[in-house]
Design a protein around this ligand. Structure first.
Ligand SMILES: [Zn+2]
Length: 469
């Protein structure tokens, strides 16, 4: 598992929408504001693969399989899932942790796909544009009334107050219109979600269970902690309508496949091991629990908290249980590398790359180990692997960071500067990216592929909402 910085391209379309929505719908704003401040994204091949497997059949039945819709895991512990730009479904790791079965999170993904398929974001944007026009007119009228009041010589007069009311009144009206519009979209997404689940032979029970937890009058709602509730008003009528619809499904009682449930439990254990405090991990997965997920979570928290030997022994135990699980070798390699033994990390990471069919994020770890092992014999291999990885995984800066180090070791400073510039660009650090790319340009011959790439970065314009620094 890698902690990575939010790719720079993400926030472009959002900024304008966030600002517009902030005027009108506070709850929606809460979900989007998270994105605006650019929270780190969790990158993990195992978790991403599982979520892709959850989503693929739903996207296909929704007619969206060609749109290359990505699932992005956000480093946020509260429950949330939302669509923001028509191309990505964002899921907090907290939503995975709080979903006890695949079916529960699949239900949420089906609902979000309902928003995507319905083009709800674009429609909401239109509504907002209309609302803003109405609001501007209302404010002009209100301002006129206030001016009239002030001219009357008494700023506390009834007329001035009427002006204030004229501003508040239409805004409240518009807010209510938008909220009712948003509720309509939520109901539509519920219905679409159930339809997709039925078409793929899956139960809508998990979706109902999850949404029922968030009903407005539930304890959950009273606690008000989870952003999902703010972006998804859950009046009891909506949940009742969903229950009626869901219970009519022929698949209502259908259970999750045990193999899928195990993968789900493994990913939750991994998230717990990486994200939660050690005492929390042990409370959730006490030593008395000998299941594979419990052993996975404990092995991870053991390596993170410094006992490398014990962690490697625990991971070896897991490898004995599933000798072809690429993620156990990935973990073994990551633990050894971060424990200061990069040369020993190489073999397990090679195995992980092979067993995962060359998953690019795992290739980046292998490249990192090859670079960190500080053995010149590995440098060319590291460069070849990292180049292949960044070609297929275009949003993870770590691939370019490692590539820069490998080129630096070879004394190829033009390529090293270019790779460092690309890493900075992906982190959203435009100034560093431009400076490094400018330097790279002076080191390449004019017109060569490296020069052209560096030139692209030098002349790239910062996206709206992104600071030009
Ligand atoms: Zn929704």
């Amino acid at each position: 598992m890698l902690l990575d910085i939010a790719p720079r391209k993400k926030s472009s379309k959002l900024t304008a929408l966030t600002t517009a929505v902030a005027l009108a719908i506070a709850p929606m704003h809460a979900a989007l504001a998270q994105e605006q401040k650019g929270p780190p994204i969790l990158r993990d091949t195992e978790a991403e693969q599982l979520l892709r497997d959850y989503t693929r059949p739903i996207l296909r039945t929704a007619g969206l399989e060609k749109q290359n819709i990505q699932i992005v895991i956000l480093n946020e512990g509260g429950f949330n899932a939302f669509v923001a730009d028509g191309r990505r479904i964002f899921v907090n790791y907290g939503a995975m942790m709080q979903s006890e079965s695949p079916n529960q999170i699949i239900g949420v993904l089906a609902h979000e796909t309902g928003h995507l398929a319905g083009g709800h974001l674009a429609k909401l944007r239109e509504q907002l544009a209309q609302a803003q026009t109405q609001m501007i007119i209302a404010m002009l009228l209100g301002a006129g009334a206030m001016v009239a009041g002030a001219r009357g010589g008494n700023s506390n007069s009834g007329l001035a107050n009427a002006g204030a009311a004229a501003i508040a009144g239409p805004q409240e009206m518009i807010r209510r219109t938008l909220i009712s519009y948003q509720r309509q979209q939520e109901e539509n997404a519920d219905r679409a979600g159930v339809k997709f689940l039925t078409a793929t032979g899956q139960s809508p029970k998990g979706m109902y269970e999850t949404f029922k937890r968030f009903t407005n009058d539930s304890l959950f709602a009273a606690r008000g902690a989870d952003p999902y509730l703010q972006s998804h008003p859950m009046p009891s009528e909506r949940v009742a309508a969903l229950e009626e619809l869901a219970r009519s499904s022929a698949y209502w009682e259908k259970k999750d496949d045990p193999a899928l449930q195990l993968r789900h439990d493994m990913v939750r254990a991994k998230i717990s091991g990486f994200m939660e405090r050690q005492d929390t991990v042990y409370r959730r997965y006490p030593l008395s629990n000998d299941s594979m997920p419990a052993r996975y979570a404990r092995a991870i928290t053991t390596y993170l908290h410094g006992d490398l030997r014990s962690a490697v022994a625990q991971i070896d135990g897991l490898i004995q249980l599933q000798p072809n699980n690429p993620y156990f070798y990935e973990l073994r390699g990551q633990a050894l590398m971060e424990g200061g033994k990069p040369a020993e990390a190489i073999a397990p990471l090679r195995k992980a790359v092979q067993l995962s069919n060359n998953a690019p994020l795992i290739e980046m770890l292998l490249g990192q180990a090859l670079v960190a092992a500080d053995n010149k014999a590995h440098t060319d291999e590291a460069i070849a692997i990292l180049r292949a990885a960044v070609a297929r995984e275009t949003e993870a800066p770590i691939g370019y960071t490692q590539l820069a180090m490998a080129y630096g070791r070879k004394g190829d400073f033009a390529q090293a500067d270019l790779a460092s510039a690309q890493a900075a660009f992906l982190r959203g650090d435009n100034k560093t990216a431009r400076d490094l790319a400018s330097r790279a340009k002076t080191r390449f011959a004019v017109g060569t592929p490296g020069w052209v790439k560096a030139d692209d970065i030098v002349s790239a314009k910062p996206l709206p909402g992104q600071k030009n620094n």
